[in-house]
Design a protein around this ligand. Structure first.
Ligand code: HPA
Length: 245
């Protein structure tokens, strides 16, 4: 079955992907962020979608997560790797580092976060105790080791609403809650993948210290710099990951 990658900020296209075609998918939930790219990456068929659109025009709270996930499943995807920029909260999550979260706390609101809504014959609940697929996380960990990437192998991802960054007090609270990193797209993406039984894991790229963890405001220039180096590392990681699939 199919493997897909969702690219976040800084990864609107995949280097080395030999594109075969792009496919527009209309879904019962509206339009995905972009047409789905079909291609060959390191010898394997892979689908790719840019979460924020190929021109990076869709902010995190306006991403049509349901359409993206539905479209990927419609095209046969059953394993999905997400790439996402985050702010670092745990001291190991310094800017430039890569992390593979194993837990989530969801602080988002007002997003279409479920497929379980209308025209139900009965209400169902999905297990979400372990929100990320452990086998896929282990593949990420092994691939990082193979390329000598010093990745943080677990951690709790706090999903915030955005698009603004957090206040220092919000980050203090999130740290107390047990969050190790903060991003704006991890939910509802992971939950929707679970509802569709798509195995899902995330590779996060730390692009800044979260609000208040260093003196002064967060510098957008600094975010840009770490995004660039972090995504280079992700490309190296994918080079080891894809042949393992
Ligand atoms: N907060 C939320 N999302 C983010 C951050 C942050 O500090 N950095 C990158 N994505």
């Amino acid at each position: 079955m199919g493997v897909a990658i969702i690219g976040g900020t800084g990864l609107t296209r995949l280097d080395y992907l030999k594109i075969t075609h792009r496919e527009v998918v209309h879904t019962p939930y509206g339009e995905p962020s972009a047409p789905i790219t079909h291609g060959i990456l390191h010898g394997r068929e892979v689908l790719f979608i840019a979460r924020h659109g190929y021109a990076h025009t869709i902010p995190p709270h306006r991403v049509n997560y349901r359409a993206n996930l539905w479209a990927l499943q419609h095209l046969g995807v059953d394993r999905l790797f997400a790439v996402a920029a985050v702010g670092g909260i745990h001291e190991a999550m310094a800017p430039g580092h890569i992390g593979f979260p194993d837990q989530i706390i969801d602080y988002t609101w007002g997003r279409h976060h479920t497929f379980i809504e209308d025209d139900l014959t009965h209400v169902t609940h999905v297990d979400f105790t372990y929100p990320y697929d452990e086998a896929m996380r282990q593949l990420l960990i092994a691939s990082a080791q193979e390329v000598g990437l010093d990745a943080v192998e677990r951690g709790t991802y706090g999903a915030t609403q955005g698009p603004r960054l957090e206040t220092a007090a919000e980050i203090r609270r999130m740290k107390q809650d047990g969050c190790d990193m903060v991003g704006m797209t991890g939910m509802p993406e992971a939950g929707l993948a679970r509802e569709l039984s798509i195995a899902y894991a995330s590779c996060t790229v730390v692009v800044n210290w979260a609000a208040g963890l260093q003196p002064g405001p967060i510098s957008m220039d600094e975010i840009g710099r770490h995004l660039h180096t972090g995504m280079e590392r992700v490309r190296g990681l994918l080079g080891a990951l894809i042949p393992r699939l």
